[in-house]
Design a protein around this ligand. Sequence first.
Ligand code: HEC
Ligand code: HEC
Length: 226
Amino acid sequence: MNSGVERMKKIFALTVLFGLIGSISSSLAEPPRAFEGRRLFVSYCQLCHGVSGEGDGPLAIQMQISPADLTTTIRSRSDTILKKIITGQGRQTITGRDRHNLLSEAMPEWESVFGEQQVEALIAYLRFLSRSKHQLMSDPEVGYKLYQQYCAVCHGEEGEGDGVMTKLIRIQPADHSNINEMNPISNEGLVRIIQEGKDEYMPAWKDILNRNEIEALVSYIRLLSN
Ligand code: HEC
Ligand code: HEC
């Protein structure tokens, strides 16, 4: 009789637990805006601007045009101007402070293609290209999924170092979305930390994840900290 009650209690506890896990996983954070921006860039821009934005894409070479090196020009441009450049509003014939000074007709006008949020996502990715000292090693989308699966409990869903485990044990992972904290560590340095673990509480993942998966995680962390 008593053991029946105990069993019921256990089943009840498990149901609550799984309900909780279910609700956590269904409310996973969306990947940050730069991820959508990267997807759009790969499909629409890379042919001319090149993988890293330096202007050496195959279509540019074929068309004999030289798109700007986005990794440097972007830095001095405000979001407002970038929006105008991408949508094609405010060409240099329009006088006044709004002009953007693009001379070449070769840069397409994307106004009818993208909504406002997509343009903002593209700008977030362009900012990443111009700020990050490190290339993406592998697919950050793959890394995003692995991170939610294995790392978010400690590092937080958006990498800010505030996962549920930080409330249970005294750990203080770095803020993976902070470029100043992450830029000083090289890609290989990050790979090594993830493979080997760090101090007491950062587990070693080398027996669980393969090299590709770890590189994808590094790419996720890079794109997160744009
Ligand atoms: C057909 C080739 C082509 C494609 C595709 C293309 N661009 Fe361009 N883009 C250019 C060229 C050429 C320039 C240089 C124009 C100039 O300096 O007069 C340019 C310039 C730019 C600039 C301004 C750089 C600066 O600061 O001076 C931005 C920003 C830009 N492109 C973003 C994009 C984005 C975002 C996409 C994809 C949605 C895209 N481009 C797709 C050819 C292209
Ligand atoms: C059990 C908790 C826990 C899990 C799970 C975990 N980490 Fe960590 N991680 C930590 C802690 C704590 C540190 C800080 C170690 C130190 O600096 O003393 C850390 C450090 C790191 C660092 C170095 C920069 C920093 O945050 O301090 C990287 C990179 C990292 N972890 C990546 C990952 C990745 C990728 C995963 C998932 C595959 C992961 N971690 C899973 C606890 C965890």
